[in-house]
Design a protein around this ligand. Sequence first.
Ligand SMILES: [Zn+2]
Length: 72
Amino acid sequence: MPRYEFRCRACGATFEVKRPMARAGEPASCPQGHADTVKLLSTVAVTGRGGGGSGAPSEPAAGGCCGGGCGC
Ligand SMILES: [Zn+2]
């Protein structure tokens, strides 16, 4: 479940709220009970780095018969 970070404008506290994405836009009240809060950036973990890396496998070159000195 994603977490959303809020900041209370009344007391300045920041707090996290876990809620389903469908309710992401709903206001949250501060742990102290203040209702005047603003939503900060969501702290949803971003996964999925592509995992690049040098990947091209070296193709076998010059195989078979005519690669060498067989004279065909
Ligand atoms: Zn507060």
